[in-house]
Design a protein around this ligand. Structure first.
Ligand code: UDP
Length: 340
């Protein structure tokens, strides 16, 4: 029988791309989302791309009864958890809201999974758990650093919830994927990022500036100790990132895990500076970007990029797309939503 994967937050940016890749790899997918931070654009896009009617539940994962019912009434073989708040600044201003939402939802999922026979749990974590690493690139063995925001802390706590639950209950296994900087959009231009209000992240800010929704991009600091003075990050294409989830689910389903709880870095392994990214965007899309150098942004780390060799070797996954392809897709998506 075709295995079924529940994707919490499956209507969002990452969740919708993962939904498509899972379906294309032969899985059944159930999407559940409370739609608190997205509309149905990406979900509809996922249906168009796959040519499938994808089962959808509008529900909040903080609602314990609703989560139990979902697991009771559907045979779920694996769950991937994306449904969470993700704005760092907002989490500093609203810590209780962030802790409640991001922790309750995951606790409900882990509890329902272990109780109703879903053995495989995948958690979407983040490179934010590494803070500013002493040694670069970062491996999975690099120490986590104390989180600088409630958002970052919820990622660390959820990792620990999964690690401890796998150890204690014996009937579940777990994988945490630590994403570096996911960017881009589906090459079909039917799915992409839809930030509400002013984007915090670099690429949505770039595309919105290029199209004229924003006047000017601020490059936060050019006095960092890096080759061109701007910060270094590991930008990972959203489709590549989504494929890593399929590899991780395959690994769990095939019982190929070396440990019942595993962590993988999901990145390209190549550092790219803010300035390089801005220049690549302009060049590949033939657009001129209005930008200025602004002061550093509080809380930004200077440089972080992945050593993805564990994922390369163990998951059989590798980032494929070039930064140019990715930035082209991001721009095509911005044009698509502007004309919608
Ligand atoms: N950045 C920038 N201007 C912006 C948004 C981001 O210069 O409007 C820089 C930011 O300082 C960081 C990089 O772009 O060096 C990536 O930031 P983003 O918020 O996308 O991801 P983060 O790495 O902070 O999670």
């Amino acid at each position: 029988m075709t295995p079924t994967v529940l994707v919490s937050g499956g209507a969002g940016f990452i969740g919708s791309h993962v939904t498509v890749e899972l379906i294309q790899a032969g899985y059944n997918v159930i999407v559940a989302d409370n739609m608190s931070n997205c509309d149905k654009t990406c979900y509809n896009g996922a249906q168009k791309i796959t040519g499938r009617k994808i089962p959808f539940f509008k529900m909040d994962f903080c609602n314990r009864r609703a989560v139990e019912k979902l697991f009771q009434t559907n045979k779920i073989d694996a769950v991937i958890h994306f449904a969470a708040f993700k704005a760092v600044g907002e989490s500093v201003a609203q810590p209780v809201m962030y802790y409640r939402n991001n922790l309750d939802s995951f606790l409900n999922i882990v509890d329902a999974a272990r109780t109703y026979g879903c053995p495989n749990i995948l958690f979407s974590s983040s490179a934010t758990v590494y803070g500013q690493p002493e040694k670069l690139p970062v491996t999975e063995e690099s120490p986590r650093q104390e989180a600088t925001s409630p958002y970052g802390n919820t990622k660390q706590i959820c990792e620990d919830v999964l690690r401890d639950s796998v150890k204690a209950y014996g009937n579940i296994r777990g994988i945490a994927l630590r994403y570096f900087n996911p960017i881009g959009a589906h090459p079909s231009a039917l799915m992409g990022e839809l930030p509400r209000g002013v984007p915090n992240n670099l690429v949505p800010f770039i595309t919105q500036t290029a199209i004229g929704k924003r006047e000017c991009l601020s490059i936060f600091g050019n006095d960092y100790p890096t080759p061109d003075g701007t910060c270094l990050r590991d930008y990972i294409d959203i489709v590549d990132l989504a494929k890593a989830h399929v590899c991780a689910v395959d690994r769990m389903m095939a019982d190929k895990m070396k440990e019942p709880y595993e962590i993988f870095n999901i990145g390209t392994g190549k550092p790219v500076s803010v300035m390089e990214l801005v220049n690549a965007f302009q060049k590949v899309n033939g657009v001129k970007l209005n930008y200025k150098i602004a002061p550093r942004r509080a809380g930004d780390v200077t440089a972080v990029w992945a050593d993805p060799s564990k994922a390369n070797k163990e998951l059989g996954w590798k980032a494929q797309r070039t930064i140019e392809e990715t930035l082209k897709a991001a721009w095509t998506w911005e044009l698509f939503i502007a004309h919608k």
